[in-house]
Unconditional design. Sequence first.
Lengths: 139, 136
Amino acid sequence: MNAILALVSGLLFGLGLLLSGMNDPAKVRAFLDIFGQWKPELMAVMGAAVVVFFFAFRWSKGRSQPFAGGEFHLPSLQRIDVRLIVGAVLFGVGWGLVGLCPGPALVDLLSFRPEIIWFLLALIAGNRLAHWLIGPARS
Amino acid sequence: MYSELAGGLLIGLAAAVLWLGIGRISGMTGVMSSLFALHEPQRRWSLWFFIGLVAAYPLFHLAGAEAPMTITDDPRLLIAAGLLVGFGTYIGNGCTSGHGVCGMGRLSLRSVIATLVFMAAGIATVAVMNQLGVSV
């Protein structure tokens, strides 16, 4: 059951990214270009997604466990520290450079475009490098 | 505008299914890291999520829809960006999905701050590149 729900969720997520145009790096960069040729449409993507998840999360507070059983794995980290800020800055700079964040890059994988493959290989290298050099954050 | 709204609703629905269904946060950074730790049973859901995610591209096109994509072909930019995004999202524990959608949706101050910071850094990067005349 967990596998099916995760599969369906991944599929819906991917279709949402494609339908919204989040998978198009040029569109994402135009969204970030607020001092130039700003295209604000992508704001609707995060806005709509946040609102839907807000209600889903509120609903879950009245439940003792998820529908498929088990428990709600609430993120344990709450600290706002240097690690969080440095991570967000590095991520933001990379995001602005070409217009790709992890989700859209993964969704575009089966386009087999060499640009996406280059980015994904570097993305994985960056992820593993941070894992080996610094390791997971502890709460 | 409507396709952006509809896409956002789908993404929110996907996050809702994962949270209400199995109690997991749909963050791409977490999924990516978990793919390297599949020997831990509690992380196996991420493989199924990943399969669904990448299957969306061929299915979307099979359905006759189009998803245009324009991206730089400069390998140096692509590699630098990939390294920064991979490294930054790992140490910041999340990206546009985990912090931006789920974290903000559950009103986590930590995620709101992270989202504001990476948005500001992205905006500044594009602005500086435009000033320097770097076209992508």
